[in-house]
Write a protein of this length. Structure first.
Lengths: 209, 87
């Protein structure tokens, strides 16, 4: 980890000094990270690819403003999230989705779904295209403020502080939103396999109807 | 303290992130041992997150990297040229 940070510092110094081609090497480990961040936000592969390219170009042009107090990856993912948010605002793609903060941050009651099927799905099931689509579709349905936290924490595996910094929110808010995002995801995925599951009767069945 | 299911659900995320304080953790674990519903919810949430984070769930488009570096190369050249022009 520390070796990566040192190596990246060295690359950045060289790029700023004029060896611009080194930038290709600097960003290579983060190509997937940036694409995933913008894809999950924009929900369109073509736009996500274009946005990823813009993110990298912006990072190149503004590399001098990278101070080194955050990790380069966090700095880069911050640019990615800003690009995605900006495009979402411009497109107003889904008017029912709001980027405004506040109203959804209450803790609110939710009832998770009981999924005896999902608890046992082995990862080999991902070889099936249909399975991957079901998962991506569920993530797509989360409102943006929850989706962005879930993506950074659970898909990109940033820690709480890095996620807070990348999104410009505080750590407690990251925790609240992450919890809600995960529970929404769990609940969303429940019905997709319901027809295949045996009907639940009795106490548990009644409780979660 | 004996927890109700609803109280346990509130802590699932922190439980997964191993952020519960020791006392609460004990109460949650005690509940999970005896509650099939909550342990199913916990397991499925964990499983869903593992599946979602799997590299196969989101794949890079074919040729993504090549196109990215080609466009980047162009941008780098343009920046270099504009600098040369201004000096």
């Amino acid at each position: 980890m520390q070796a990566t940070v040192e190596r990246e510092k060295e690359l950045i110094t060289r790029i700023i000094a004029g060896d611009a081609d080194v930038f290709h090497e600097l960003i290579r480990p983060y190509e997937r990270m940036v694409y995933l961040a913008v894809l999950t936000m924009l929900r369109n592969e073509q736009e996500a690819e274009d946005a990823s390219q813009e993110v990298m170009i912006n990072a190149f042009r503004h590399l001098k403003s990278f101070r080194g107090d955050a990790k380069f990856s966090t700095w880069l993912v911050t640019i990615a999230m800003n690009e995605a948010r900006q495009r979402l605002r411009k497109a107003k793609a889904a008017p029912q989705e709001s980027l405004d903060e506040g109203k959804e941050d209450r803790e609110g009651d939710f009832t998770p779904a009981v999924l005896t099927d999902w608890r046992e799905i082995p990862s080999e099931a991902l070889e099936k295209k249909e399975m991957r689509q079901i998962l991506r579709h569920a993530v797509d349905q989360l409102p943006p403020i929850y989706r962005e936290v879930l993506v950074l924490r659970d898909l990109e595996e940033l820690n709480q502080e890095e996620t807070a910094s990348a999104l410009g929110i505080n750590v407690p808010l990251v925790k609240v939103r992450l919890h809600r995002a995960r529970m929404m995801l769990q609940k969303l995925l429940a019905p997709s396999l319901r027809p295949a599951a045996p009907q639940r009767k009795g106490f548990f069945g009644r409780m979660f109807q | 303290m004996k927890l109700e299911c609803k109280q346990v659900w509130k802590h699932i995320s922190e439980y997964l992130d191993k952020q519960l304080d020791p006392k609460l953790l004990m109460d949650v674990e005690k509940h999970l041992e005896n509650c099939e519903v909550c342990s199913a919810i916990l397991d499925s949430t964990r499983n869903i997150l593992v599946l979602t984070a799997d590299d196969r769930t989101y794949e890079l488009p074919v040729g993504y990297s090549e196109r990215l570096h080609a466009r980047l190369e162009k941008a780098i050249r343009e920046t270099a040229n504009s600098k040369n022009d201004s000096t």
